[in-house]
Design a protein around this ligand. Sequence first.
Ligand code: ZN
Length: 499
Amino acid sequence: MKAGKILAVADDVTPYIGPATRKIDARGAVIIPGFIDSHGHMAALGESLEILDLRATKSEQEIADLVRHAARNRKPGEWIRGRAWDQNNWPGRQFPSAAAISAAAPHNPVYLTRVDGHAGWVNRKALELAELTAATPDPPGGKLLRDASGQLTGVLIDRAQELVTRKIPPPTSQQVRERLKRAALECARLGITTVHDAGVGSEELDQYRALIQDHQLPVRVYAMIAGEGDLWREYLRRGPELGDRLTVRSIKLYADGALGSRGAALTEPYSDDPGNTGLMMLQKKDIERVARAAVAHGFQVNTHAIGDLANRTVLDGYAAALGGKNTKRFRIEHAQVVSLEDIPLFEKYSIIASMQATHATSDMPWAESRLGPERVQGAYAWRRFLSLGVHVADGSDFPVENPNPLWGFYAAITRQDRDGNPAGGWFPDQRMTREEALKSWTIEGAYAAFEEETKGSLEPGKAADFVMLSGDIMQIPPAQILKTRVTMTVAGGEVVYSE
Ligand SMILES: [Zn+2]
């Protein structure tokens, strides 16, 4: 490779070796194109890496010890945050109380979210800052847990969490920058060389630029503008920004919520919640308005749609602006539950399905009870899209799911959890072949960003973005894929990670 680009892919590269050439012996390692995660949230990943991960904790006391340790490295008044505690893993399975973490951090407010995000656990300092007392009434949609004497226990349910979270100061520019950098390093470590950041504001773009200027962004970012705000209007005026490390030529919209919390918008009620059809966040006219503006100014539209009603609405809005086959490469993010009769519309209007294989394996324990036996046929149905010739780009939706692309690759080809369940895979007819999965994690991600001419495969002239793996994921048994290590990541000809 030379100047960040691949010069030759051959058995004999001797003619290309000069005195300044750095030689790396791959020692038989498998080399594949750098992974492209077509849907992740970089600042949120960076934030999740900087707050306490409580997933594996086995008791309230263990968490108090972690909080005590964290408090030692912080100034009085600085927040200590954590996530993913689950009292079901503790002896007694009781909700915790403020006492232990108050003693552990008397001078720092503490805010720890439960694994599902539906409860927060705070200490006395946080209750004081939020001015919450026994006299505080429960807010609409939320609950402050109280003990037998009516005192607050320190556990806040659902919207009661906002009484505390609104007191947490927003991140400074420096913190945003640190988070993006930390997330980018994590991506490089996992073999990801390009991330499609699914929703950014102007602060994140500024910090990306600062990192690039300081040569501190080890991966490439294809950023989607978050919603129709000032930033979108500004970009409509100036046009797309096409860069080597940072490209901005798309907008991210949300049509509905998520399936797990029954916020996904369905045409018929949830099978396990009659009367509930979820919630639409945008109407067809909104999608159409944005789509027309995007077409007029050279932008791509990427809309989050989980439920079948949301997918149909987005397809209708796109169709009104696109008219038929086209080169605009509009995307639906997730395309998670789609009516079987609507899947051909992706092909008809040249729409890319930007899907996340690990969502299927995370959701499979309960997805069918939410959807019933009919609708589940169009859920996480990669094969149905692929068989119609629809482009399917894969991603993780980190930090909602683990960012490891090998986990995504494994999920795509097995439709099993990481213990190999269920045997044979969940709706195994929808599995991808290994070749399809590798493409969806590389060249299809490049296509979904109009970048397939410059990356996504190992060819002369393309970016020298590649990964060395400890095993051949195209051959080894699936369980071995999960044990495969990234031994080196190269982006733009530079080693951005090595073991
Ligand atoms: Zn997302």
